[in-house]
Structure formats: C-alpha cells, structure tokens
Design a binder for this molecule. Sequence first.
Ligand SMILES: [Zn+2]
Length: 203
Amino acid sequence: MGTEARYAEIFEAKISITVNFIIWLIRLIIGFTIGSIAILADAWHVISDVLTSIGVYVAGKIASKPADREHPYGHGRVAVLAELFISAVLVLVSLVIVYEVFYGIFITEFLHEIAFYGIFFVIATAIAKELMARWAVSLGKKSGSNLCIVDGLHHRLDALISLSISIALYIGIIFNIMVLDKLIALAVVAIIGFEAFKIAKNQ
Ligand SMILES: [Zn+2]
C-alpha cells in the first residue's frame, strides 16, 4: 500500500471520528429531549463507528511498529485487545438499550409536539453523513485506498439507516403508533450487535 493511501486513511479516520462524535452529541440531546429511544440507539450506533475508526487508527499506528524487547512478537496484540475491548463496549451499549426499551429508566415519555423538530435535526445529521460518504469515497479513489472507500460506503449506509428511522418515527407520530419507537430501537441494537460481531470476528 502506498504512503498516499496510508495518509488518506489516517486523515479519513480523524475526520470520521470528529464528525461522528458531533453527530453523537446532537442525537443524544435530541433523543433525550423528545424522549425517543430509537434516536438514542441511533446515537450509540454512531459511537460504534467512532470506536471502529479509533480501532483502525490505533491498529494502524501500533501494529506497524516493529517488535522490541518488551514486545518480541510485535505490537499486533495490542490491536487485538483494542478490538476486543471495542466489541465489549458495543455489547454493553446494546444491553443497556434493550433494558431501556423494556423498563424505561431514562425515557418515560415521548413528546409528540416537539418530535417533528427533533426528527428534522436527525435528518440533517444523516445528510452530513452522506456528504462525508461522498468525500471519503472520492478521497479513497484519488489516493488508491480501499479502506477509505469501504468506510465511505459505511457512512452512506448509516445515513440511510438514520433516514429510515426518521421516516418510521414520522409515521409513528402521525398514526400515533409509539411502539414503533421501541421497535426501531431494537432494530438498531441488532445493527450495533452485528457491527460488534464483525469487529470481534476479525481476530
Ligand atoms: Zn455504522
């Protein structure tokens, strides 16, 4: 792999981490404000992507270091531990969301009156992700980095997921089927669980 591709990947990881972190904050605030578990789950899905990017970043930096006296087999094992840790965090987050769906500890009421505005902001974050997807794909093509393209396509998939969640919530509000909020949250948990599984399986 060329140096240009390598630089592009590190740059893409940094941008991804920053943008996803901001999106996480926005969705967390919206989720708590309007009382939507689905939006909160979607917020945590973004954190799963932040952790994945950090994993890629750290793994790339550490695993490439040569073996030394303390690490006679190289630094690859640190990356393995980092990824297992990430998977564990995702599993924990998933469990908390499932618990929230059934027992409602943090969220007690869905506020219909302001939910429309909240969904508007969620759609805005989905558009931001789509823009990031386009940027990452073109960066990957220019620099010859497959990793950037793959990550870009992941951003696009996430944008589509958030858009679907927004539409479903909108329908739920209009027809007053609020159980949709919980069902969507469970679907997002399945996605997070799948990503955790993918990361763990890479070992
Ligand atoms: Zn994702």
